[in-house]
Design a protein around this ligand. Structure first.
Ligand code: UDP
Length: 366
């Protein structure tokens, strides 16, 4: 008997929003998750009254009014603004690339001086950028590329910058003003009382089963469900029959430190190539905590294999082609929809995930 209208596989933002909206419209939903908690990668663990971003720092930012209004129904946000610091062998620079960065790098003070230096340095790139290295040099010149981009990026992605797609570096703003706000976003902040509140509110009164790996017991669940919303990776659903989509993995090491303030900022990037981690997150600063102790997390990019948590899709040509083949395969299946960062194999920020879920709600439920 198919008495469940929607089986939602994965309780991250995408799955939880869909479940919430479907339930609101009278549909019977069941949410399952293979982890022991809800929330996917935005889940936080509270220790000593500090929310630890267990799957990497999540800073909400958006220019999308609809998304902002939507998410504010489930939590209000504080006024945290991400102003990360780059640490290059002990030299400290502001991010994103702005007049503070340029001033420290070249001991200059005006936008014109910065522009002239960058213009001279970018002249070595004569053609439209074909990869991340050429894109970075043409945006900010060779000095910043060498000290603040190359080491960090090669650690992050595990391959040389000239073999990476240019779009990754375009995520970062370049500004000729003294503005350290990492994001060009009208709205930004951390949910008051943490991300878990959002998911708990979305899933209020919805049946959720944890510690269930859909792919290990799919018959049980497909037999009772009319339709499936699958937020895991699309290749895992098809048992990797066409090959494996690549991801970049992350490992985290979290430490409690008997000190009130460890690094004075929430996010410090280590941009040299020898430090094995890319960043240290000091979680209390996301919520302006004044506890006598602190928690920090070192973030180590790592190779990924099936079974590891998948963090970053590798959106190069090979993987995009494979993804398209899976989409083609999916068209032959009835009653399944793929969504979210993994399901759509996209380097989505949280606001884009929310928009994508709302788009699906429009198509599927209205
Ligand atoms: N990046 C860099 N140096 C930095 C921070 C970022 O070169 O100090 C580059 C790097 O290639 C990274 C990309 O910018 O992959 C995007 O950074 P973002 O902070 O958006 O990455 P995320 O927060 O998604 O890990």
């Amino acid at each position: 008997m198919k008495y469940i209208d929607y089986l939602i596989v994965g309780s991250g933002l995408f799955g939880s929003i869909f479940a919430h909206e479907a339930t609101k419209r009278g549909k019977r939903c069941l949410v399952i998750d293979k982890r022991s908690h809800i929330g996917g990668n935005i889940y936080c663990e509270n220790k000593d009254h500090i929310n630890i971003h267990k799957y990497g720092a999540h800073i909400f930012h958006t220019n999308n009014q609809i998304v902002w209004n939507y998410i504010n129904q489930f939590s209000k946000f504080n006024n945290f603004i991400n102003t990360p610091i780059a640490n290059y062998n002990g030299e400290i620079y502001n991010l994103p690339f702005n007049m503070n960065t340029f001033s420290k790098m070249w001991n200059i003070s005006t936008p014109k001086e910065a522009f002239d230096i960058i213009n001279k340095q970018r002249a070595i790139i004569k053609q439209p950028p074909r990869n991340l290295e050429e894109q970075a040099i043409s945006l900010v010149g060779i000095d910043i590329y060498k000290k603040l981009i190359q080491g960090y990026t090669e650690k992050q992605w595990g391959r040389p910058c000239n073999q990476l797609p240019a779009f990754i570096i375009k995520r970062l703003p370049v500004r000729y003003t003294y503005n350290n706000n990492y994001f060009n976003a009208i709205y930004q902040g951390i949910p008051i009382n943490g991300y878990n509140t959002i998911i708990e509110n979305l899933l209020k009164n919805i049946e959720v089963k944890l510690n269930i790996d859909f792919n290990l017991c799919r018959d049980i669940y497909t037999n009772i469900s009319k339709k499936i919303i699958y937020t895991g990776s699309i290749d895992s659903y098809f048992n990797y029959q066409l090959g494996t989509l690549d991801y970049r993995g992350l490992k985290f090491k979290t430490y409690k430190i008997e000190q009130e303030n460890f690094q004075g900022v929430a996010v410090m990037n280590f941009t040299d190539k020898n430090t094995p981690y890319t960043r240290i997150i000091e979680h209390k600063h996301f919520e302006f905590g004044n506890q006598p102790i602190t928690y920090i997390t070192k973030e180590y990019p790592s190779d990924w294999k099936i079974g590891d948590e998948a963090y970053y899709p590798i959106n190069d040509e090979k993987n995009q082609n494979l993804y398209k083949q899976y989409i083609h395969l999916a068209k032959s299946e009835n009653n399944i929809i793929f969504g979210g960062r993994l399901g759509e194999y996209k380097y989505y920020d949280m606001d884009q995930v929310i928009q994508s879920a709302l788009n699906l709600v429009d198509i599927e439920l209205n």
